[in-house]
Design a protein around this ligand. Structure first.
Ligand SMILES: NC(=O)c1ccc[n+]([C@@H]2O[C@H](COP(=O)([O-])OP(=O)(O)OC[C@H]3O[C@@H](n4cnc5c(N)ncnc54)[C@H](OP(=O)(O)O)[C@@H]3O)[C@@H](O)[C@H]2O)c1
Length: 297
């Protein structure tokens, strides 16, 4: 019997690449999405890649009933997932002053509540299964997608950044809480990658109009991009070393295959360098610099 992976928003960008990668590893894959059309299209194209089972479930993670829906779907299809990827998110680019109360609640529901409840449900289910089949070398894996944004207060998308800080803290803590349950936790801070969502994190056309060296590292050093004299696209690529969703997924899988036991993985040279530099700078200074970052969405 194949293993099963469950991926929130497995129908686009990073989630879709994870779905492809685990299909290649002969997993059955269940993708979740609030968009019926996206689910249909993704399921169709994924089914061309593998003979494993590809299942899709249409649900809204911001509602209180979503967990019941997943539970009954798993029961109906007789699925016993050993892998969960919490990838769905909302809220990048939302400013607190302009966001409605409804929107703020929705961001918290998806980024914090849904992620936590899914994690609890799957961790407990996998743990109970592992205990009942002791000695059978079962292993569970929970990948929580956080963000580099979670390390810094960010007044341009305060709620999003704060939810990602929650994900980092929550997920790292669980790596210890469940350490005797044969469940591995990976907290992933992906490098910037193009995404299809309307609130896309990265919009090249907008970016190209901004003549700034806008990476966090650039901000921290205070170096305006225009001083470098490089064409924007090249300068930007050098600064960010932006990745494709496929590269993010491949490097995560490489990390999981490696002997490293680190539960927090940060992608991107500049992200790593910035985090290192940030240790030596006052928090207030960083918050100010981050707030001054030009908007590129
Ligand atoms: N893109 C980047 O540069 C970047 C950088 C750092 C971290 N990240 C993190 O990486 C992960 C993937 O980001 P991405 O940019 O690849 O994806 P994305 O395009 O932002 O997609 C996120 C997806 O979450 C799903 N979602 C939102 N609200 C939902 C709801 N109520 N119920 C169910 N699904 C919901 C949506 O899928 P449906 O419309 O199909 O429901 C949406 O397409 C996220 O956790 C993000 O925070 C991304």
């Amino acid at each position: 019997m194949n293993k099963t992976a469950v991926i929130s928003d497995g129908s686009s960008s990073l989630g879709y690449e994870f779905a492809k990668a685990y299909l290649r590893k002969n997993y059955d894959v269940l993708i979740l999405s609030s968009n019926k059309e996206k689910l249909k299209t993704a399921k169709k194209s994924l089914s061309k890649l593998s003979s494993s089972r590809i299942l899709s479930l249409h649900l809204d993670l911001s509602t209180p009933f979503f967990l019941k829906e997943i539970e009954s779907f798993l029961e109906k299809k007789d699925l016993q997932p050993s892998l969960l990827i919490n990838n769905a998110e909302l809220g990048y680019g939302e400013n607190l002053q302009t966001a409605s109360l409804k929107k703020i609640k929705e961001i918290l529901d998806v980024n914090i509540t849904a992620l936590s409840l899914l994690t609890k449900f799957f961790a407990d289910t996998i743990s109970a299964r592992n205990k009942s089949k002791a000695g059978m070398n079962n292993q569970g894996l929970i990948i929580n997608i956080a963000s580099f944004s979670g390390f810094f207060a960010n007044s341009q998308h305060a709620v999003y950044a704060a939810t990602k800080a929650y994900v980092i803290s929550f997920s790292e803590a669980l790596a210890h809480e469940y350490k005797d349950d044969n469940i591995r936790f990976l907290t992933l801070c992906p490098n910037m990658h193009p995404s299809a969502h309307p609130s896309a994190h990265f919009n090249v056309s907008v970016l190209e109009k901004k003549h700034w060296f806008s990476s966090f590292a650039g901000l921290l050093s205070g170096l305006p991009y225009k001083l470098s004299g490089l064409p924007y696209k090249i300068g930007y690529k050098l600064a960010y070393n932006m990745s494709s969703p496929k590269q993010v997924v491949e490097s995560s899988l490489a990390h999981l295959r490696s002997s490293s036991k680190k539960s927090l993985v940060i992608h991107g040279r500049m992200n790593k360098l910035t985090l290192f530099l940030a240790r030596f700078l006052p928090r207030q200074f960083i918050t100010k610099r981050v707030a001054a970052q030009p908007k590129f969405y």
